[in-house]
Design a protein around this ligand. Sequence first.
Ligand code: DOR
Ligand code: ZN
Length: 429
Amino acid sequence: MDSLIVLKNGRVLDPAAGRDEIADLWIEDGRIIVPDSRPIAEQNCIDVSGFWVVPGLIDMHVHLREPGEEYKETIATGTAAAAAGGFTAVACMPNTKPVNDGSAVTRLIKEKSTSASAHVYPVGAISKNSDGVELAEYGEMKAHGVAAVSDDGLPVMSAQLMRRALEYAHSHGLPVITHAEDAALSKNGCMHEGVVSTRLGLPGIPAAAEAVMVCRDIALAALTGAHLHIAHVSTAASIAHLRQAKREGVPVSAETAPHYFTLTDEAVADYDTNAKMNPPLRSEADRLEIRRALSDGTLDVIATDHAPHSVLEKECEFELAANGIIGLESAVSLGLALVRDKVINETRLIELMSVNPARILGVPGGSLAAGKQADVTVIDPHHHFILTEDTLVSKSANSPFLHQPLTGRAVLTICAGRITHMLLQSMKG
Ligand code: DOR
Ligand code: ZN
């Protein structure tokens, strides 16, 4: 089989190698290779001039909903949406039905992923059934391929259980991903607590519901020396704790999601359930602080928290609607807006969306070096498009970013040398 692919004349951006230059990238037999002098047939070439050639994007926080809620998303449709969004790998959260708290579900996900459009790294549960009482079996899950543990969707309310989770995960070389929320403070809240919630008459979730748990978990990471990763950071107060912890050398990393640096609680103003997620959209001051933290290194990762829900769970009263929005197909465009706004540069964006998630999860990727598996994304930073219910690849359409002009998109995604998404019109030499 003739498996050579030559990406011609792209802007090759490989932060891990300090590389940013116009060059060709050669791929053969699923690996990146050093270009050589052999003659290349026209059909092996793809002209990517004007576009960026970057290490395959990695989304370390998605919900694929399989097993149990296949009407919202499946491993096949979720990874196809990932490929369409420029991602070559995803880490999927364990809040499936049943919860991924043991080898049976981990194995099922790994098996179904062999034919998927992106690498899938399952995240195992911290506690059995994620009910925060008894630790799950980390050794068994790690043996079957989990890359981290998390009870995402729910907080671990017992500090003692969290301490044990950090110790146990550390002994297996697994990071613990915390969903930082004090359930007693967030109680029945359904949006950020502030002037907008007061105006709308909706019960609020104070920023402190996140920050106090960020603070607690940082203290436990310092106590245990275990790697803590903070999911979907939404508030300035959390950032302040993170900044301090990093200064002190606590082994902590953290992510935010595009909606937190793009939108505020004003997006809820007409009771739009596509602006409802947990943690909620926050104030403008929070949004600005998250942008600063992405630029100064306090935040390490942009992850989407892709959370598909059907119209059944979303087309209802705001207080009853499910939390979460899909994110895989809009993330590149929203990330590029940070570059256009000069909050971060191109290299930093690729660190946030590829290099750092690979490092934190300890998985392949984040590099375009010769010899590496060919996970490659080609981005057209000027591509204009509009996402609609009909054009989305994801099975669900719960996004506040539909029906509006977006700029910048993945036009080619290559996963392990295989083209998983392509919008380019022509193949030429
Ligand atoms: O908005 C959210 N949706 N936040 C979570 O923590 C869970 C997620 C989901 O599973 O839908
Ligand atoms: Zn989540």
